[in-house]
Design a protein. Structure first.
Length: 118
């Protein structure tokens, strides 16, 4: 279910070609910096690859750029989010701009999803 072999090359490509917003947020999520939680980036769950995943919290974080601002992409995102919700995952979506302009708020919203203190 997680990190299927046939998606490995694609996950690697996405990690090596991260958007500036992904790279910026990763600096704050990596190495258990956020309340000791381990995050993975470009992690696959079934046939979807998510931007960031915290296994202990069943939390998915997606960063949305301009490409997500059209009805077709928004419908795909809605279907994808519903799929994860049915697997009992929480999905948080942030616009790339928000990561740069309001990082403390983004990190606060993420930590509010944590179920227990470590």
């Amino acid at each position: 279910m997680h990190n299927r072999k046939h998606l490995e090359q694609y996950r690697k490509h996405l990690r090596n070609n991260a958007t500036s917003a992904e790279a910026f947020l990763w600096k704050h999520l990596s190495k258990k910096q956020l309340e000791g939680r381990k995050f993975r980036r470009q992690h696959s769950i079934q046939n979807y690859i998510v931007d960031f995943f915290c296994p202990s919290e069943k939390l998915i974080i997606e960063l949305d750029g301009e490409v997500h601002n059209n009805p077709k992409a928004q419908e795909k995102d809605r279907i994808r989010d519903e799929f994860f919700k049915n697997l009992d995952y929480t999905v948080l979506r942030f616009e790339n701009k928000m990561v740069f302009d309001s990082l403390p708020s983004v990190l606060d919203e993420i930590t509010q999803c944590f179920t227990s203190k470590k």
